[in-house]
Design a protein around this ligand. Structure first.
Ligand SMILES: Cc1ncc(COP(=O)(O)O)c(C=O)c1O
Length: 431
């Protein structure tokens, strides 16, 4: 056993033995405190190997919408594991993948009817970008290969998706110069801004493959919100100039903002939508790129070369599709969207006192997302540690302290999270 600096408690032997072999995400391995050993999960709780329980305020990077270990998902995945854990989707199709494609087509708005599976959010965005570029190539337009993306946007960590992230605010500043160059613009905040975007989209019409945005909430770029009217305005400009619109609903999809998909609040249907994270209820890795009929039709041809040239090895993994089908069952039969309304009300009231705390510049909530924005982040390691001491799992980043709890979280658990956020922000301000 060794002492875990992060927790002040003992780390199990399996962690001590493996520590130098496991390369962790976004982590300076030389100086980082050892991570917390998670031994089990249940509902909205993570149980550490020393028996302590943390209420999860971020649902494992926004995935565990039904909480952990939901019996229905577990049963369906176990049954699928017995029957058929995996076969390639090339030339073979499994019932869970076929059924999930059909259900996603029915669930997503408009004629978003054609579902291409992959295994991570970043890859689904890459596929959406390739779809857009090839949509134009298949119509003889080779020049349309750049993307219009937005400041504070985040779409993934692969090279293609990095190019459509905010180059300064995102996590990819280091790679400047090594990435494809795209058109970066501000999210329009006024009529004047919309006019500017209008002119931009007209001027660059023949170079643009698509406009890509996270609808209503730019998540990893700092939980920045924009109202549905802004999204509707961007969609209207895309229509006006004949540009494709890709909505990345990887974070916002499956109820997080109060509707099943964020774009429904703006009454718009993108040409291409990407989904992942809560797609499997947070159980397995799975993503989907969903295209409208006119996109799909542009790939139909006697020419083999017009087909979409992409095919991840584990695409449509039956275990992951079984988990996703079970997750959709739960959305159909349990009151998840009502739960989001309840969580939103709680977050709005409980976090409001933070507005008075020195060093807090904004407090905002939307659906099951609550954000405290600080004038400047400091003492982030101390903040993380204080949350653990209070039995909650929260990971401040950039200049925000935020929560995106499982949608099944109980009132008592949510109170524990919001109490910790308010108390810790006060302590932080007084330091
Ligand atoms: C909006 C959005 N797009 C894409 C991604 C990348 O997904 P993944 O981490 O599964 O590659 C994320 C991840 O946080 C995201 O929030």
């Amino acid at each position: 056993m060794t002492i875990s600096e992060d927790s002040g408690n003992t780390a199990p032997d399996w962690l001590t033995a493996a520590q130098k072999h496991l390369w962790l995400p976004y982590t300076q391995m030389k100086t980082v405190a050892p991570p917390l050993p998670a031994a089990a999960t249940e509902g909205a709780r993570i149980i550490l190997s020393d028996g302590r329980e943390l209420v999860d305020g971020i649902a494992s990077w926004w995935t565990a919408c039904h909480g952990y270990n939901h019996p229905h998902i577990r049963t369906e995945v176990e049954a699928q594991l017995e029957r058929l854990p995996h076969v390639m989707l090339g030339g073979l199709v499994t019932e869970p993948a076929a059924r999930l494609a059909q259900r996603l087509a029915a669930l997503t708005p408009g004629d978003l009817d054609h579902v291409f599976f992959s295994e991570s959010g970043s890859v689904s965005v890459e596929i959406g970008m390739k779809m857009a570029i090839q949509y134009w190539i298949n119509q003889g337009k080779r020049g349309r290969r750049k993307f219009v993306c937005f400041r504070y946007g985040y779409h993934g960590d692969t090279l293609g998706t990095m190019s459509v992230c905010d180059p300064d605010e995102g996590m990819h500043t280091l790679f400047r110069g090594a990435l494809l160059e795209q058109f970066l613009v501000d999210v329009p905040r006024s009529g004047d801004d919309l006019h500017t975007l209008d002119a931009f989209l007209r001027t660059h019409r023949d170079e643009i493959a698509a406009v890509i945005i996270e609808p209503l909430v730019q998540g990893a770029g700092g939980m920045k919100f924009h109202p549905p009217e802004v999204l509707a305005g961007i969609a209207a400009l895309c229509d006006k100039h004949g540009h494709l619109l890709i909505l990345d609903e990887i974070f916002t999809g499956f109820g997080r903002t109060g509707t099943m998909f964020a774009c429904q609040q703006a009454g718009i249907v993108p040409d291409i939508m990407t989904l992942s994270k809560a797609l499997t209820g947070g159980t397995m890795a799975l993503a989907a790129t969903i295209a409208r009929a006119h996109i799909y039709d542009a790939f139909l041809s006697e020419d083999e070369g017009a087909a979409l040239m992409h095919g991840p090895t584990f695409m449509g993994n039956p275990l992951a599709c079984a988990a996703a089908n079970a997750s959709l069952d739960l959305f159909a039969r349990e009151p998840r969207l009502q739960a989001v309304e309840r969580i939103e009300g709680h977050l709005r009231t409980a976090l409001a006192p933070c507005r008075e705390i020195e060093g807090v510049v904004d407090v905002r909530t939307l659906g099951a997302i609550g954000v405290i924005e600080l004038a400047a982040m400091r003492d982030i390691a101390w903040l993380k540690q204080r949350f653990i001491e209070q039995g909650v799992w929260l990971r401040p980043f950039g200049d925000i302290i935020y929560t995106t709890p499982p949608l099944t979280i109980t009132e008592a658990e949510l109170t524990r999270i919001t109490d910790a956020m308010v108390a810790t922000t006060r302590e932080w301000a007084a330091r």
